[in-house]
Design a protein around this ligand. Sequence first.
Ligand code: 9MR
Ligand code: 9MR
Length: 858
Amino acid sequence: MRSQPPRLLAATLLAVLAASSLQAAGAAAAADYERVLNGTFDSGAADPWWSGAGVTNRVTGGELCAAVTGGTTNPWDALIGQNGVPFETGESYTFSFDAHATTAQPITAAAGESVSPYRGIASQQFTLSPTKQRFTFTFTSTLDFPDAGNGQVAFQLGGQPADNTVCVDNVSVIGGVKPPGGVNPNPAKKVQVDLVGYVPGLPKRATLVSTAATPQTWTLKNSAGAAVASGQSTPKGADATSGDSVHQIDFSSFDTAGTGYTLSVGEDSSFPFDISADPIKRLRYDSLAFFYHQRSGTPIEAQYVGDEYSRPAGHINVAPNQGDDNVPCRADLACGYTLDVRGGWYDAGDHGKYVVNGGIAAWQLLNSYERATRVGDASAFRDGTLAIPEKSNGVPDLLDEARWEVDFLLKMQAPDGMAHHKIHDANWTALPTRPELDDQPRRLSATSTAATLNLAAVAAQASRLWKGIDATYSATLLTAARKAYAAAKANPAKLADPDDGTGGGAYSDSTVSDEFYWAASELYATTGDSAYRTDVAASPHYKAAGLTRAGFYWGGTAPLGDITLALAPNGLPAADVTAIKSAFATVADQHLTAMAGMGYAAPYDNSTDGYVWGSNSAVLNNAQVLALAHDFTGAAKYRDGVFEALHYVLGRNPLSTSYVAGYGDQAMRNAHHRFWANQNDPTLPIAPPGSLSGGPNSALQDPVAQRLLTGCPQQKCWVDDIGAYSVNEVAVNWNSALAWVSGWAAEKSGTSTPKSDCEVGFTAGRWTDGLSAQVKITNTGTAAWTSWQLGFAFPGTQKVTAGWSATWSQAGRDVTAASMPWNGQVGPGKSVHIGFNGSGTGTDPTAFTINGKACKIA
Ligand code: 9MR
Ligand code: 9MR
C-alpha cells in the first residue's frame, strides 16, 4: 500500500515524470530511476516477488508478508526477492523499505546476482520489531547487470529458531543512469512493409508513419536501387492502436516478381522484401516444422532440423528427467493410478502438455488437411513434404505430425473416460532448461469436462480422416471419442482449477457449452448418429450463433464445430449449413470494415480487452475465418483480407518486426523458450524459422514487459526478449494458426507464379559442416538474356564463403548471384555454370529465381 496520501502521490509522480523527460532530452540530471517492480503491492499481487524454500509469500493489507519456517542456521536459508533488477557498475543506489515482524528479529537486505556464483553487490542488516519502520541504505554497484539480466534484490529472513512472519512494503531501489527497461532491440522504420513478401497479382499495401497532412511521394526500388514505380500516399491521421500518425501506400499495380525491393519516402526506406510467392510456400512447411521441434519423448534429429536444433529425447525417464511413462496425479488428488503419457508436443516455452491447448492445435492442423481435401489442394501435405521421421510411410506428413499429438491425447484419458486436464512440472524450471535436463517431478492434474470434450472432438475428427488410411486406428479413435463424450455428459461441470498455475499454466475455462457443441459436431460429422445430431441442434451455439469478431481460441471453441459442419458432409438440413457458411461471410465483412479504418490492418477486435496474450494467434484465427469466407463465397475481398493479416504478422506493423522467426530482416529471435534460449546461453539456438511469437499484449503480464513497455500503445506492447513471456512466448496453438493460414495462402499464391523461362540444376557435395555446390543455369525461354541474377534461400544454416563465376552475396538465408560481364549473355537453350563453397548444414534449396522469376528445377 502506498503510504502517501493520493494528492502528494500525484505530485511526486509528476515530479518524477518531469525529471525523466528532462533526462530523455539529454540532461545529465541526478539518477532517479526506480529499479524495483511492484514494490508497493498495490494490485494485491506478489508477482514478480518470489520466495525460497521454507517461506510462503502472501500479499495482505497491501504488504508482502512472508511466513518463515524457523530452525534454520543462516540468514540466507530463508529468502524472498525479485530478479531481473538492473544495476550499473559505479552507480549509486538508495535501497529503502518499510518492514515489521510478528516477533522481533534481524533481517538482511541485499543486492547481488541471482545465479551462480551469486556475487554480492551490497547488503545491510536491520532489526525489525512488531512496529512498522522505514529502513534505508545507500551503496555503489560493483557489478553490471543490464535490464532483464541477472541482478537481484533479496531479503534474507533465516537463522531464527522459531517460525515468524515478516512483512515488507514500499520497497524501492533508486539510482543508475540508464532508463529502466533499456531499449527495445528492434528499431522501428517509418515505412512499414511485409518484410517477407507480397504475392504477384494480389494487393500490396504499406503504412507510412508521418504527421504530414498532404499526400507524400513514395518510390519503389528494385534490388539494384533503381526506381521501378512511384505514387502518392493517402493521409489517414492519428491511429490510436499504434500511437502513430499514418498514411496508406498502395503499390498493388506493380507486379514484377523479384527479391530485395524497398519502398521509400524521402530519406526513409523500408526493410527489403520480395514480390514472390516463394516465401509463403516455404512458410507453409516451416510453420509445420515447429511441431516436430516441440515433440516430447523422442530425439529431435539433426537430419531433420540441423545440428543446432537437434537434442536428445525429453521426459523418457533418463536422469535427471523423471519421465512421462509412469506419471501419478498430484498428491492432493489421490487418483490411485499412474498413466504413461509419453509423447505429444511441449506446449510452448515450458515443458507442460495440456489437453485443451494440444487439442485445439491438433484440430487446427487436421482441419487444414480436411479443408484441403474438400475445397482445396491436399497434395501440398502429401508424404515427403515435411522433414520428419515419418516422411516416407505413405501417409500425408501433416497427418503424421498431428498424430504425434492425437496419440498423446488418447493417453490422457482416465479409466472412467474423462481426460486429465494437463501434465506438467511440479515447479517452474529456470531458463534455459533443456527438456532432457528437466529434473522436476511430473504430475497429472485432475480430469476436467473441457479436456474430456477436447479429446472427444479431436479423436472424432481424426477418426474421420484416418478412415481410409488406417481402419484400426480410426476405430480406436472413435471408441475413445464416444467414451469421452459420454463421460463429459455424466460430469458436465468439472472445471479446471483457475489457481493451478505452479509449474505449468492453468488453462482454466469456466464455460464448456462451446466444447460440448464442438465435440457433438465432430461426432455427428463422423458417425451421423441421431443422438449427436440432437445435441448439435439443441446447442445455444448452433448455426454459428457463437461466431463473432472475437473468433475462437483454446477456451472458446464453438466456431470449430461450425467449421467442421460447414466442411465435412453431414445430414443437417442444407439451409442450416448455408446459414453457417453465411455467418462466416458476415463476420468476415465486419473484419474488413474494421481493417479499412486501421493504420496497420489486422483482423482483430481490441474493443473489450485491448491486445491480449497471444494476440497474433487471434489475428491468424480470424484470418482463417476470412479464408473460409473466401472458400464458401469465392469473393476476392476475403482472400485479400487473409493476406493483409499475414502482412501485419510479417512486418507491416508499428514495430517493423516480423513476428515469425527466420522470416524477414528484422524477425523475432528471443522467444521465451527453455531450449531456444540463445539470449541467455549463446551455445543454444534462437527460435527456429517458422515459429510465431505470441505478439503484442497490452496487459503487460510479466516483469520484463512491465519494465520495458509501460505506457505502450496496444500494437507496440511487444519486445523481443526471452524474459517477456506474456508477449514473446511461442505455443502450439499459435503456430497451428500460422500453419493453417500460411498453408491456405500458399495454395492461393500458386496460380500467380509467372511462367518459367529458366531451369536451375543444383548439386552439392556436403560434409559435417560445409558444402561445395555446382549450379547450372539454363535459359529455357525464347529471348536472350543480357544479364541475369540468380536467387534462392538456404533451408538451413548454410553460408556462402567463396563463390565463382558470379558476384555472390547473402542476407540471412537469401542468396543472390549476379552475372559477370563475361557470362551475362545467355541465348535461348544455352547454360552457364557457377558455384560456391560454403559453411553450415541443411538440405538443398528447393526454389530458384532468375531475374525474379521462378525457375524449373532440373
Ligand atoms: O515460463 C513460463 C511460461 O511458459 C508461462 O507461459 C508463464 C505463465 O504461466 O510462466 C512462465 O514462468 C514464469 C512463472 O510464471 C513465474 N516465475 C518465472 C517463470 C519463468 O519466467
Ligand atoms: O495462451 C494462454 C493465454 O491465453 C493465457 O492468457 C495465459 C495466462 O494464463 O496462458 C497462455 O498459455 C500459456 C500456458 O499457460 C503455459 N504455457 C505457455 C502458454 C503460452 O504462453
